[in-house]
Write a protein that binds this ligand. Structure first.
Ligand SMILES: Cc1cc2nc3c(=O)[nH]c(=O)nc-3n(C[C@H](O)[C@H](O)[C@H](O)COP(=O)(O)OP(=O)(O)OC[C@H]3O[C@@H](n4cnc5c(N)ncnc54)[C@H](O)[C@@H]3O)c2cc1C
Length: 553
């Protein structure tokens, strides 16, 4: 290819679009290279709920939430648990800078591009129970009005405008296989031109080759995403000592293009990978009854009330409550020797507490449809949740507990469940509701959540006995483990420039988004606070674009 460009961006996901946007603003010429077709522009971010970690915002203040950059920093560093000298050198600095961004410029940067967040603020990842431990002390999960497609739109449109001025070219179905390095500097990429694909967005596409390509530029930015679609690589990097044995079975929370290949390719070119063993998966996955990508998982973002049982029917130990500590619960499950668990709940709980992660699962937020949105406060679960209840292979709905357990036994892939044992768990829990006080920490947590106005109105059901027919029918959901995010990755400095194994900066090579562990090779450390991934793509993609706009000849 003879086209003259300043920068090659490998990967047209969110991080790539943000980097391209910053370069276009500075009048630089960019080539965006992606292995998928044009339907997929925006990558994973399109499918996201558009949840953004923001600190001390007008939305929080209106809801009476007292947040501050100091509190957010305390939460971030307690959750991250950085403990490695070399590997956490840049991640610590990224974490400091990212929390400042989330408490400062992030909201106005996005707002100026036309992005608005909703008035309610979600309380994700509520933590492991200690002030100085993992988790968000306060609600910080701001959902984009328009969800993931809107996050993509605000960057896609200025980049397309740049294309109309001749500053940006797109090279779809171009799979990068190699980074060209000359005299110690990255000067281009080469790879395979794949046969055209007419697959819809998110669907797996063929890797059949139609030819080869080579492109050159002053710099290369790698924004090719993480490893969440590559179960083999996840298992290879799995931290057995922290999370127990790698599960035999997981369902996929990301499209197949999140294949992790560019990590190995960039490493072979001389980039350094750190914190490979840090990853972020979920424990509340259900099989999509209407799948888009292979093994398609949908994650339930749960409220706190469902009773959580292991595969044998025993309640999970404290503090493994729904929505509190993702990796803590994952470790509990995998160390228990099974790869699925059960929620037991009621119709009243599903109506208020089941949110499904994914733009397509929230047509009201995604379509900015106020009329549809108002149906959330009416009786009944949302349409997509009801559709899962009727069509999902993981759902059992019955009028009483005995029938419910019989239904669970019909679909279990583990040991047969004993009705008496499950009944004892349910009765023990329900007896704790007789008084305003209790020794049951999950019920304490439910009451605590309801002292936050937004949770009380839209997110947390009034505490009730699970066997009370007034709140029924009873529901059981089989929950699978879901792959999702990569917390480690290419080591980068605060300009998103890739670092070599000897600690020096790699001339001409930059990385941003999930492949860079969202900045530095692991800005989250061991644990995330949620809504931090899109923001991490934005912050690290912006850093790469701005540094190149400043430094290129
Ligand atoms: C269902 C879902 C819900 C989510 N919800 C949230 C949320 O609410 N909040 C939040 O913060 N985060 C959320 N996330 C996470 C977030 O969306 C992702 O972490 C983020 O979008 C990753 O962006 P990226 O640009 O780094 O990579 P990607 O989006 O994965 O894009 C990478 C691109 O690179 C291309 N590519 C890869 N390898 C090559 C190669 N060799 N050659 C050419 N091209 C290549 C791929 O085709 C792809 O287009 C969610 C993710 C999913 C899937």
């Amino acid at each position: 290819m003879s086209e003259q460009v300043d920068v090659i961006v490998v990967g047209g996901g969110l991080a790539g679009l943000v980097a391209a946007h910053e370069l276009v603003k500075a009048g630089r010429r960019v080539a965006i290279v992606d292995q998928e077709n044009e339907q997929n522009l925006g990558g994973q971010a399109f499918w996201s709920l558009g949840g953004l970690f923001l600190v001390d915002t007008p939305e929080q203040r209106r809801l009476g939430i007292k947040d501050s950059v100091e509190l957010a920093r305390q939460d971030w560093f307690s959750s991250a648990g950085f403990d490695r000298d070399r590997e956490d050198h840049w991640p610590r600095q990224w974490a400091q800078a990212y929390v400042d961004f989330a408490a400062g410029e992030k909201r106005s940067y996005l707002h100026d591009l036309g992005l608005k967040v909703m008035a309610t603020v979600g309380w994700a990842e509520r933590g492991a129970g200690a002030a100085g431990g993992h988790g968000n002390s306060v609600p910080r999960f701001h959902i984009t009005w328009g969800t993931g497609p809107e996050v993509v739109r605000v960057f896609r449109e200025p980049v397309l405008e740049g294309a109309s001025r001749g500053l940006v070219t797109f090279h779809y179905r171009h799979q990068v296989d190699d980074i060209i390095v000359e005299n110690g500097a990255a000067v281009g990429v080469r790879g395979t031109v794949l046969v055209p694909s007419t697959q819809r967005r998110g669907a797996e596409s063929t890797r059949e080759a139609a030819g080869e390509f080579e492109m050159r530029a002053q710099a290369v930015v790698v924004t090719a995403g993480g490893i969440g679609g590559n179960l083999e690589l996840i298992k290879k990097n799995w931290p057995t000592e922290r999370l127990g044995p790698a599960p035999a079975h997981m369902i996929s929370g990301v499209p197949a293009h999140v294949d992790g290949r560019m990590l190995g390719i960039t490493e072979s070119a001389g980039g350094n990978i750190v914190n490979r063993d840090r990853m972020w998966h979920y424990t509340e996955g259900i099989k999509n009854w209407d799948p888009i990508w292979p093994n398609h998982a949908i994650r339930i973002i749960p409220g706190p009330s469902s009773l959580w049982l292991d595969a044998t029917g025993k309640r999970l130990p404290v503090p493994n409550f729904p929505g509190f500590d993702s990796l803590g619960t994952l470790g509990t499950i995998t160390r228990g020797g099974h790869d699925f668990t059960w929620f037991i709940l009621t119709q009243a709980i599903i109506e208020k507490e089941f949110a499904l992660s994914g733009s397509e699962q929230n047509p009201d937020f995604t379509g900015k449809d106020v009329k549809l949105l108002l149906q959330r406060v009416k009786k009944g679960a949302t349409g997509p949740v009801e559709a899962f209840k009727s069509n999902g292979v993981d759902f059992v709905v019955r009028d009483n507990l005995r029938d419910l357990v019989a239904g669970m036994n019909e679909i279990t892939t583990g040991p047969a469940l004993d009705f008496e044992q499950i009944e004892a768990e349910v009765v023990a829990r329900d007896r704790q509701l007789e008084n305003k006080y209790t020794k049951d920490m999950q019920i304490m947590a439910i009451r605590n959540a309801r002292s936050y106005l937004s949770d009380k109105i839209i997110r947390v059901a009034k505490p009730h006995r699970l066997q009370d027919p007034k709140y029924g029918p009873m529901i059981a959901v089989r929950l699978h483990l879901v792959t999702r995010k990569t917390l480690g990755g290419l080591e980068t400095n605060l300009d998103s420039q890739v670092i070599r194994p000897d600690g020096s900066a790699f001339d001409g090579l930059y990385a941003a988004g999930e492949i860079a562990g969202f900045g530095g090779g692991g800005v989250h450390g061991y644990n995330a606070l949620e809504g931090t991934f899109l923001g991490g793509c934005i912050f690290s993609g912006r850093a790469a674009g701005r540094a190149l706009a400043r430094d290129l000849g």
